[in-house]
Write a protein that binds this ligand. Sequence first.
Ligand SMILES: [Zn+2]
Length: 196
Amino acid sequence: MDNQTAAQWENGWLQLCTHLPSPNFAPRSDFSDISIVVIHNISLPPFEYGHGAVQRLFTNQIDQHEEDVFLRSLTALRVSSHFFIERDGKLTQFVSCHDAAFQAGISRFNAREACNDFSIGIELEGCDFEPFTTEQYTQLTLLLKSICCFYPIQAIIGHEHIAPGRKTDPGHYFQWDKLRKENLPIVTDYQWPNAS
Ligand SMILES: [Zn+2]
């Protein structure tokens, strides 16, 4: 790691981006164990962008007075992500990478379950049914390069790959090749082992 990359991080927080601390995390037993990055998509209400509802969800600000019925259904949900990249490329961090954000849920990579324990989560504002923006890929690439310099990342993978049958994000429109061209450690052919 070079000095420039080291200066970008402080206690697991990336400097020079918006910080909105979320209470939805668990301490990691060993943050040197961080080895994968999980890519997601999210839009709230579904298929709508720029409402600020994702930021409110991750900081437990959604309540029963929401006008939107779907948002009201999320009142009790306690989830988060380390990072969120909006359609215009704006980057927000909610949880220190030294802690485990509640992002992956029931999941498995190689022989290990519960990927929250050893992963960093990145949510892209979007859905399974339309392309992500150029600004998002630009920001994501910069973020991944910095993460990969600072943490011993072995694989960058989709939520759909570590929770197949349960999750479909980031989905068909996510262009893994854009990241692969940057020599980032993309793993998209991961198959869950048969339970036996
Ligand atoms: Zn997801």
